[in-house]
Design a protein around this ligand. Structure first.
Ligand code: CTP
Length: 400
């Protein structure tokens, strides 16, 4: 599923190679992409929209306007939605219009609005492809930054042999996957993330825990993986699904188990993000049988757990990055700065419980990133997925 979470506009124009677009669409879907087909009027002569909407599970977009019902298709929204626009097959006529901004159909207006990379797989007869006007238009499109998936040589629909045959769907898929990976900034890197609460056993039915939902840590793991990193996610008990296949999850329960797993994994990584709300204390004695209620008070003796972040801070090598979190209620900035130093972190993410919408259980967070040299950046209240992007951007800035 190399295209999981990716939005693709598949543009189809009027060439006999349009039948191959159905196969390309199928390959995109199989790789986990969401695909919106935009087809030109001539494209519809070669392949029926019914096939395409069935394969993509979405109505095909072709006209500017709905059927006399006052609705219209927004090419601007589509252009912003997509991570990549792939026009396959791209005819000489469509490329000519694209090169010159002749926006007389939905495909071209979408192209002009697209903010994402645009890839074209030309398909035409050899003489059309070789014609100076086609070559000039391809040159212009390349200058615009569009990517041409060169046609192959071979037998053409006309019966002639030469260059002009649309590249095979499998090859176009590989070009698209590669194009989307170029943007990834943490390829060949690996990170450790701790997330969620820990449960400290009292007896077989009771534990000491905390309200951490694990959302922030999981969002960071997803974003690191999204940027191409391999992620070991050491997670306390939470109820969140992992999406990216580059995330390897290690389920733990107690602070001691989390400590052991983190120490084991850290040495071979490029860094660690300590997002877990690790219990600071654990019962000295963990009973093997359920403690019965009596009339006496129950005094539970607790001992401090190991500070996992601080331990990794001691082990940290020069090329490794260590990121911590500080959830504070008062004297926030000074406390966070002290933790940064004490644990030998490269930066610390401060969230204050004083801020509405920050902290445990909620989907949002409001953070300040504090670095070693006192440099700090305050962020707005955002969704935790967006906060994860800000944190990972800082990791990329410091690590790459
Ligand atoms: N941390 C850890 N292991 C612990 C306690 C904390 O790895 N046993 C990490 C957290 O994941 C976080 C950072 O250390 O990244 C700060 O956690 P916090 O609980 O705020 O700090 P403590 O050092 O426990 O300080 P205190 O609870 O006294 O504020």
């Amino acid at each position: 599923m190399r295209l999981k979470g990716k939005n693709i506009i598949l543009g189809i124009t009027g060439s006999i190679a349009a039948y191959k677009a159905a196969m390309l669409l199928r390959l995109f879907i199989k790789e986990g992409a969401e695909v919106q087909v935009v087809i030109t009027p001539a494209g519809k002569e070669f392949i029926t929209p019914v096939t395409l909407s069935a394969l993509s599970n979405k109505p095909v977009v072709s006209e500017f306007f709905g059927a006399n019902d006052g609705t219209w298709n927004s090419h601007v929204d589509l252009g912003l939605w997509a991570d990549v626009m792939v026009i396959a097959p791209a005819t000489a006529s469509t490329m000519g219009k694209m090169a010159n901004g002749i926006a007389d159909n939905m495909l071209i207006t979408t192209y002009l609005s697209a903010k994402c990379p645009v890839m074209l797989a030309p398909a035409m007869d050899l003489d059309m492809f070789a014609h100076p006007s086609t070559q000039r238009n391809i040159g212009i499109l390349k200058e615009y930054g569009n990517i041409i998936v060169e046609p192959g040589e071979g037998e053409l629909a006309s019966g002639l042999e030469g260059k002009g045959r649309m590249e095979e769907p499998e090859k176009i898929l590989e070009a698209v996957v590669q194009q989307l990976q170029v943007k990834k900034k943490l390829l060949n890197k690996s990170f450790l993330v701790t997330a969620g609460p820990t449960y400290e056993k009292i007896d077989p039915v009771r534990f000491i825990g905390n309200y951490s939902s694990g959302k922030m840590g999981y969002a960071i793991a997803e974003e690191l993986a999204e940027q191409g990193a391999e992620v070991t996610l050491i997670s306390g008990p939470v109820n969140i699904e992992v999406h990216n296949k580059n995330i390897h999850i290690v389920q733990v329960e107690s602070a001691a188990e989390m400590h052991q797993a983190a120490i084991k994994a850290f040495a071979t990584t490029d860094g660690a993000v300590m997002c877990a709300a690790v219990a600071d204390f654990t019962p000295v004695i963990k009973e093997n049988t359920k403690t019965k209620r009596g009339n006496e008070n129950w005094k539970l003796e607790l001992q401090p757990t190991k500070d996992i972040a601080a331990e990794l801070g001691k082990q940290k090598m020069k090329n490794q990055l260590l990121v911590g979190f500080a959830l504070e209620t008062n004297n926030e900035f000074e406390n966070a700065q002290q933790k940064l130093k004490k644990k030998n972190l490269d930066f610390i993410v401060l969230n204050s419980l004083k801020d509405k919408g920050a902290g445990f259980g909620v989907d949002t967070n409001k953070i300040t990133i504090i670095e070693k040299d006192n440099k700090h950046t305050e962020f707005e209240l955002k969704n935790k997925n967006e906060v994860a992007k800000d944190i990972v951007a800082k990791i990329i800035e410091l690590n790459v």
